[in-house]
Design a protein around this ligand. Structure first.
Ligand code: C5P
Length: 232
C-alpha cells in the first residue's frame, strides 16, 4: 500500500486552486477535490489538475438512493480520477450500487472508499444529534465492515480508528484519514484529530490535510513537513 499525503484543495474557484498548485513547482502532490471546488468549477477543474499530472481523490461523499448513486457514479467514472467516495450510512445496497456504476465497460474503476463517521463528529454529537447510541468506535467498525462486504476498497475515518479498521477488515483495506493537525495547530471544526507522525504510528494509509497546508504561510513547507512526519 503506497502511503501518501493528500492535500484537500478546499478553494472556491479554479483560479485559486491552480495558483495554489503552482507553488509546488515540479512536485505533484495527491490532490483532493471536495464539494466546494467541484460545485464551483465542475469537471473541468478535475481535468485541469489531472492534465498537470496529479493523482486525484474526488471527495463528493455520495449518499442517496442506490439507483441515483449508481447513475451518478457512472458519470464520475469517466473523469479519470484515482479515488472517490460515498457515505457508508447510505447502506450496503447503496455501496454495491456505487461500485456497479463506477465500473467502466472495460472492468476498471477508481478506488472507492466510504466515509464512516465524519471526523468533525464526536461520540456525544453522534449520540445526541444522530440518535446512534452505540460507542463511536463500534459504529465506525460496523460501517467499515459493511463497506468491505459491499466490495469497497477502504474507508475514510479518523487516524485514531485506522489500526482497528485494519484489524477488522485486513491490512489491504485502505484507511484514508482526515483530521490531521500539526502539534499545537488550530483544530478548527475537527474533533478527532492527530498529528501526521501519530497518524503514521496508528497505521493510516493516506492522510488528508487541508487547512494546515492551504492556510499555512508557506504551504510547500507545510506539505513537506507532513511528508517528513508521515512517510519519513
Ligand atoms: O482543513 P482540514 O484539514 O480540516 O480538511 C479536511 C478535509 O477532509 C476536508 O476537505 C473535509 O471535507 C474532509 N473530510 C473530513 N472528514 C471526513 C471526510 C472528509 O474532514 N470524515
Amino acid at each position: 500500500m503506497g502511503k501518501d499525503v493528500i492535500i484537500a484543495c478546499d478553494f472556491d474557484s479554479a483560479e485559486k486552486t491552480l495558483e495554489f498548485l503552482d507553488k509546488f513547482k515540479g512536485k505533484k502532490p495527491f490532490v483532493k477535490i471536495g464539494m466546494e471546488l467541484y460545485y464551483a468549477a465542475g469537471p473541468s477543474i478535475v481535468k485541469a489538475i489531472k492534465d498537470r499530472g496529479h493523482k486525484i481523490f474526488l471527495d463528493l461523499k455520495l449518499h442517496d438512493i442506490p439507483n441515483t448513486v449508481k447513475k451518478a457514479m457512472a458519470v464520475l467514472s469517466h473523469l479519470g480520477v484515482d479515488m472517490c467516495n460515498v457515505h457508508a450510512a447510505g447502506t450496503k445496497r447503496m455501496m454495491s450500487a456505487a461500485i456497479e456504476g463506477l465500473t467502466r465497460p472495460d472492468g476498471t474503476r477508481p478506488l472507492l472508499i466510504a466515509v464512516t463517521q465524519l471526523t468533525s463528529t464526536d461520540e456525544e454529537t453522534m449520540h445526541n444529534d444522530l440518535l446512534i447510541s452505540e460507542p463511536l468506535d463500534k459504529v465506525v467498525m460496523h460501517y467499515a465492515k459493511n463497506a468491505e462486504e459491499a466490495g469497497l476498497d477502504g474507508v475514510v475515518c479518523s487516524p485514531l480508528e485506522a489500526g482497528k479498521v485494519h484489524s477488522v477488515c485486513g491490512n489491504k483495506f485502505i484507511t484514508v484519514t482526515p483530521g490531521i493537525r500539526f502539534a499545537g495547530g488550530d483544530v478548527g471544526d475537527q474533533k478527532r484529530v492527530t498529528t501526521p507522525a501519530m497518524a503514521k504510528e496508528l497505521g493510516s494509509d493516506y492522510i488528508v490535510v487541508g487547512r494546515p497546508i492551504t492556510a499555512a504561510e508557506d504551504p510547500v513547507a507545510a506539505y513537506e513537513q507532513c511528508i517528513k512526519e508521515f512517510i519519513g
